[in-house]
Design a binder for this molecule. Sequence first.
Ligand code: G1P
Length: 289
Amino acid sequence: MKKISKAVFPVGGMGTRFLPATKSIPKEMLPIIDKPLIQYAVEEAIEAGVKTLIFITSASKHAISDHFDPKPLLRQKFTDEGKTELVDKLDTLTTQITRVFIPQGEPLGLGHAVLQAKEVVDDEYFVVILADDYIKPEKGVNATKQLIDASIKYDASVISVEEVTDDRVSSYGIVDVGNNESDVNLIQSIVEKPKLEDAPSNLGVIGRYVLSPEIFALLEETQCDKSGEIQLTDALAKLLDKPNNLYAATLKGKRYDCGHKLGYVQATIDSALDDNSISKQVADFIHKL
Ligand code: G1P
């Protein structure tokens, strides 16, 4: 059986939609209530069996490595004071998990970011998680685990998709899966951010992928697009040259695109209404507003 134990987190993006908040911190450090987006993503990966976290970073953004560092002095202080609930909050990562930080070097897009993980991933299938696609934690739902299981079953790369509204089609990779009958379907074509009139369907790629290591050679031969970026989607399209090589799994779970303001605010409200410590007050507040 294939081993899938490494996850790549591209976190070097410029986060321009959230400036000035993202001047000195990656957008993945923005919190939903009290936990940064990257922590939700890392927890999802670990729950799915990932043992090595590979962060593709940009220079001068150390907040993510700081966030996952142990804080022994603070831990001791809270322990001495009997504040166990605060000790638990400090434990952002268990020690058995390996962290690797790789600088992206140049902001040349998602495909370029993933390519930087080549040496560390080596010859194994691996996970890619875009933390700004926030999937609300719910019991029994794990998008990464869903992809890993499908990848093992079909012995192929599998990416997560869900229907997006017409006005959002041009913001996503869009796939054509033909009849779209089951939870996991063979992809027939994939295109990055098409105009609505050119889109083969409304099935948008969301930020969860399990990829074969053959993607690295394909990324190496992928040219920059018009915007000067190497698109992961363009390399995924090349996977389709071989039969039964790339599948789409329909996302199980509630997902918010926190790469833009509206999705971020929606995710925050949904999570607040689910947080027992504040949900009633939040509902009252929204009602009065
Ligand atoms: C990236 C991918 C796109 C995918 C999206 C999911 O776009 O290029 O194919 O649909 O993530 O969030 P970005 O959001 O980085 O522009």
